[in-house]
Design a protein around this ligand. Structure first.
Ligand code: NAD
Length: 268
């Protein structure tokens, strides 16, 4: 259990971040949610998580590409809860262009949300964690931090870099055994974003949704099914336990063996 801890989970208004907020709150954490979406919908999720867990759950609408808003997110979390024990860098923005067609402003935007914001947030929370003598940082990477697909240069670059950044922070905190920093590398998780991509595939290829859902996985070499957001949330919560204090600097795949078997079927 994580009673008395405070978790800041970026991009927690839907998908994996929402599941992480729910699971951490259920384990006793006070939680600061963040991300975009319909205000009524976000408030409904926040109050439901609070009611279900009995933990205090707040929400801040910071746009992480804006440094002032990012700082305000940290200040507001500390003002509300007095501390930040757990940081989950989960928010993401994705553009889908080849390198040739990538707009420079979109590139800067993606890198600012996916890489620079996690860096600034870690910079902000680490001093407090050192004072507390305890901290957990979980950076959401991806199988696309371990290998590439075409048309995903912003994503592949930021997810690969965040694994390096995770190791860099682990190196700088390794003499503080109760502070850990790890990356999680999921395969395809059935989140609202994935459902949008499946619908696009269905439309483009004239498939019904269920056919497209199966095709989407097949084309990614993850043949046995989708991962649920709650499973990623459970891994995040596991990394926050006392018993996980010896795991730091890791990039942990949770991908049904996808990244371990990329060479299956290759010649030689
Ligand atoms: P999602 O697209 O459903 O949600 C992204 C969240 O980030 C939302 O809450 C959104 O409002 C927020 N966000 C976007 N831009 C923001 C900004 N500028 N400032 C603040 N918040 C912002 O994402 P998801 O599919 O749940 O993925 C969550 C994480 O897991 C991401 O880091 C993603 O790269 C990683 N991941 C997801 C999958 C998958 O299959 N869904 C696979 C591998 C890795």
């Amino acid at each position: 259990m994580l009673k008395g801890r405070t978790a800041l989970v970026t991009g927690s208004t839907r998908g994996i971040g929402e599941a992480a907020a729910r699971t951490l709150a259920a384990q006793g954490c006070n939680v600061m949610m963040n991300g975009f979406g319909d205000a009524d919908d976000i408030e409904a999720k926040r109050s439901q998580i609070e009611a279900d867990s009995g933990s205090t759950v707040r929400y801040h609408d910071a746009d992480l590409s804006d440094e002032k808003q990012l700082d305000d997110l940290v200040d507001s979390t500390e003002a509300a809860f007095g501390r930040i024990d757990i940081l989950v860098n989960n928010a993401v923005i994705r553009y889908f262009h080849t390198v040739d067609d990538f707009d420079r402003d979109n590139w800067r935007h993606a890198l600012s949300v996916n890489l620079t914001a996690p860096f600034f947030l870690m910079q902000r929370v680490l001093p407090g964690m050192r004072t507390l003598g305890w901290g957990r940082i979980i950076n959401m990477a991806s199988v696309l931090g371990l290998g590439a697909r075409g048309g995903r240069a912003d994503y592949v670059t930021s997810k690969t870099a965040i694994i390096g950044l995770t190791r860099a922070v682990a190196a700088e905190t390794k003499m503080e055994p109760h502070i850990t920093c790890n990356a999680i590398c999921p395969g395809s998780v059935l989140t609202p974003n994935t459902e949008i991509k499946i619908s696009e595939l269905a439309k483009a290829d004239g498939l019904d949704f269920e056919e497209a859902k199966a095709q989407y996985l097949l084309r990614r070499g993850q043949k046995t099914g989708y991962i649920e957001p709650a499973q990623i949330a459970d891994l995040i919560a596991f990394l926050c336990q006392e018993s996980s204090m010896d795991i730091t600097g890791a990039a942990i795949p949770i991908d049904r063996g996808r990244s371990a078997t990329w060479l299956d079927g290759a010649d030689g």
